[in-house]
Design a protein around this ligand. Structure first.
Ligand code: NAD
Ligand code: ZN
Length: 786
């Protein structure tokens, strides 16, 4: 074989493979630009060496054989492809060929956006939609009628009374960008496969075997041509036909237009190019069609495309390049997002050096490794993203990527909650990236309540380095604030509002310093809430304060002990333990206290802890594999405390009554040094708590002791929070949701589902009047005090 023959054979093979992946599997591995390059090379070789032209060459055919999964549909009129133009000269050549052949100057063209979706043909008989098919290889397509019926933009019946007996409408099914984005966001959250691009989304959705799946994916449709028409004469031009299609109820692109000559075409190309990013759908170019049908007939066809039309393509939105590195970016809430550093590459006219990889799961799914050749996509104002790897170019030493253990900004551990897609930096109080959000929460009304510390000040104070952590709030001086303001004015070039009538305005700064100072005196529950610990909302903060009463105790408590508080489960307990285990967080708390933050008197732990604090309960809370409460009871009976248990050998657990597998599991667990340390720490914390418990009779008895109360609906005399606080003072436990354990529901105005549930469960229900009467009776409310 000659070199040319070999190259031609290789190109045909590559293109066939790409066609199969693209048209049949909806899963391409090369970019459109690469595909077009291969195709052009093959076309040129076949042109220069006509002896190799072959009817089986991909240059002679459209698309690909349809997949066997669907019934076949023979197209009565073939569905062709379009020739491509990439440059202005190619467009000028196209126009010149028409001018020469038809002997006209500046011919008139119908021009349309080229939607990037899937070509389909819709058949209407006596006005009713009877069959829809994909293009397939142009002659034979796939019957996707059931799926097309779910596309709302496709009329199931033609409108107006005047239609042909048989009408075939051709157009593009596509996925609007909003639907594409929403689909991928959901897929990322659920750990599903993301769509590479909207075209892929349209093709994949339409070629689903189950129409119910297609129905869930919002596809749209544009009509751009007709095929077979029987029993009626069409207008003489394409543009007039498009108008007819509109009248019959088909969506036709509002961007379509009529222009003349090369200049008209190129003008339209520029206009659409500028509009491209703002359109709600992807277009990969524009299509020029000679407008009059007489001219079209005279021009005729080549093997796979008409001579009277051409697609003028925009620069590609996908390119391949090399992945140089994967870096971690920390967001406001600590979310660690992997970002790809790329070898610079032009994508859709812009040099791209970074791309998002969404999250660690997505990296694993794509199996992206540093050094890989990757396909980058940039569409509209969307952040460029890596859509796939080119596996053939993988370097042999490339290793799978994993999330780094420590935050690149602050060095805290990067962790992930079970069942969550997002990894987070755990340095809540120290991480610069999370600082602003943390400060905002810390200063908020229900937390430390620093009046006047708005978002702007938080931004500026952080950006200019005055606030490294929330603790720095308490060493801000009046001079700091004024200097900050001066620097902001300087930076933004704004006229200093601080200097008015020659006098420096300092009132705002005085007020802010005063508000910060006021916030120093707070409560333990507000302080714990203000720290912004994950999963710790107001009610958990309140519970912690009520049950333990002492910040120092809470700060050094190992996580299993938090679980002795009834409403705190394993997840919240671990979040608490983890937060206080970070030295950076502890330093910030120290600094806050040093700088005068006061969280109220130290109180003894709640007497209610007495029945739940035991060695056996603690062992259960450690969540040791195969150590259930029964086993924990056996262990507690045989071993005096954590230290003794820690030192015991495996056979001693069997002697204590544990089955062999539990004994083995416990021994294995203890063999891990971190677990052994946790056990010892928990044992010490348990002893400390027990020692601090007040005598049983010290606990005040309230009229609602041991009762769980739920407040719902709106009260008029006080807020729900106030009412809740009053009820708690009388011994009640206020809960957010109604369950069988609820003793009482207080229902204000417009109470909804909680009230209904309470009725269903037969729980006692009070209206506001009953509540106020009860509060008054116990001295917690004065009649007429509203
Ligand atoms: N990446 C790959 O592996 C791979 C493989 C095969 C094909 N491809 C891509 O597909 C292209 C070839 O596909 P093709 O044959 O569908 O050609 P095409 O996409 O270049 O153009 C023809 C198609 O344009 C569409 N179209 C959109 N708006 C239109 C309008 N207003 N009027 C008429 N048609 C309109 C129709 O679906 C029509 O079938 C290649 O250039 C390449 O970009 C890529
Ligand atoms: Zn960090």
């Amino acid at each position: 074989m000659t070199d040319v023959a070999a190259r031609i054979a290789a190109l045909r093979q590559k293109i066939e493979d790409a066609n199969h992946r693209y048209y049949v599997l909806d899963d391409p591995t090369i970019t459109d630009i690469e595909y077009d390059r291969l195709m052009r090379e093959l076309e040129a070789l076949e042109r220069d060496h006509p002896e190799y032209v072959d009817a089986a060459s991909p240059t002679q055919r459209v698309g690909n054989r349809p997949s066997a999964a669907f019934d076949e549909v023979q197209h009565a009129m073939p569905m062709l492809s379009l020739g491509n133009a990439f440059t202005d000269e190619e467009v000028a050549d196209f126009v010149r060929r028409i001018e020469e052949r038809l002997d006209r100057t500046d011919p008139v063209f119908s021009v349309e956006p080229k939607l990037d979706g899937l070509a389909i043909s819709l058949r209407y008989e006596h006005g009713a939609f009877v069959r829809g098919a994909t293009r397939g290889d142009g002659a034979t397509g796939e019957d996707v009628t059931a799926n097309l019926r779910t596309v709302k933009a496709i009329p199931l019946h033609l409108r107006g009374g005047d239609w042909p007996e048989v009408l075939e409408v051709r157009g593009e099914v596509y996925m609007p960008l909003a639907a594409f984005k929403a689909y991928n966001e959901r897929a990322l959250k659920d750990g599903g496969k993301v769509l590479a691009n909207p075209r892929n989304g349209a093709a994949g959705s339409l070629r689903q075997l189950d129409p119910r799946i297609t129905a869930q994916r919002p596809l749209a449709f544009y009509a751009y041509a007709v095929g077979v028409v029987e029993g009626m004469d069409l207008p003489a031009s394409h543009s007039a036909t498009l108008q007819r299609l509109r009248d019959w109820g088909f969506p036709v692109s509002a961007e379509s237009d009529v222009v003349a000559g090369t200049a008209g075409l190129l003008g339209y190309y520029r206009r659409m190019g500028e509009k491209r990013d703002a359109l709600p759908f992807d277009i990969d170019g524009v299509v020029y069609k000679l407008d009059d049908y007489a001219g079209q007939r005279e021009m005729g066809f080549v093997s796979r495309a008409p001579r009277w039309a051409i697609a003028h393509k925009f620069p590609a939105q996908e390119e391949s390049t090399e992945l140089l590195d994967i870096e971690i970016q920390i967001g406001r809430t600590g979310a660690a997002t992997p970002v790809a550093r790329l070898k610079p590459v032009q994508v859709a006219g812009v040099v791209v050096t970074n791309a998002t990889l969404h999250n660690a799961d997505q990296i694993a799914r794509l199996d992206v490794r540093i050094g890989d050749a990757v396909i980058v996509r940039r569409a509209g104002d969307v952040i460029p993203e890596i859509v796939r790897v080119v596996p053939e170019h993988r370097k042999p030493d490339a290793t799978p990527w994993s999330m780094p253990a420590a935050c690149p900004v602050c060095g805290s551990e990067i962790v992930r909650e079970e069942g969550e897609a997002v990894w987070r930096c755990s340095g809540e109080l120290t991480c610069a990236a999370q600082r602003k959000e943390a400060i905002r929460h810390f200063a908020s009304r229900r937390a430390m309540d620093i009046e006047g510390l708005g978002d702007r000040y938080i931004e500026d104070l952080s950006d200019l380095g005055y606030l490294q952590s929330v603790a720095d709030l308490y060493r801000l001086t009046l001079d700091d604030l004024l200097e900050m303001k001066r620097r902001v004015d300087e930076r933004d070039g704004t006229t200093p509002e601080t200097v008015k009538a020659g006098k420096v305005a300092t009132k705002w700064a005085d007020n802010l310093i005063e508000a910060i100072d006021r916030s120093r005196a707070t409560t333990l529950e507000r302080f714990l809430f203000a720290l912004g610990i994950e999963h710790v909302g107001e009610s958990t903060a309140k519970a912690l304060a009520a049950w333990f009463g002492d910040l120092d105790l809470i700060r050094c408590m190992p996580w299993p002990l938090f679980k002795c508080v009834p409403d705190i489960g394993g997840e919240v307990a671990r979040a608490l333990g983890h937060f206080f285990d970070q030295p950076g967080n502890q330093q910030v708390i120290d600094a806050l206290l040093e700088r005068g933050v006061r969280v109220g008197e130290v109180r003894p732990p709640s007497a209610k802890l007495r029945p739940v604090l035991s060695f056996a309960a603690m062992l259960t809370d450690l969540e040791i594999p195969k150590v259930t409460r029964i086993r924990a009871d056996q262990l507690a009976a045989a071993f005096a405390n954590a230290a003794v248990l820690r030192a015991a050998p495996e056979h001693a657990f069997v002697t204590a009554g544990l089955p062999a597998d539990s004994a083995r599991a416990l021994a294995a667990w203890l063999a891990d040094e971190a677990n052994a340390t946790l056990l010892l720490r928990s044992g010490e914390a348990l002893a400390e708590l027990q020692a601090r418990l007040p005598d049983a009779d010290e606990a005040p008895a309230g009229p609602l002791d041991g009762k769980t109360v739920v407040l719902t609906g709106a009260l008029s005399a006080m807020s729900r929070d106030e009412a809740g606080a009053k009820l708690e003072a009388l011994g009640a436990k206020v809960s957010g949701s109604v369950s069988k354990k609820t003793h009482l529901v207080v229902a204000g105005e417009a109470a909804g589902s909680k009230l209904a549930k309470a009725q269903e469960l037969g729980i006692e229900i009070w209206d506001e009047a009953a509540l106020l009467a009860f509060l008054a009776e116990h001295g917690a409310w004065e009649q007429g005090a509203a």
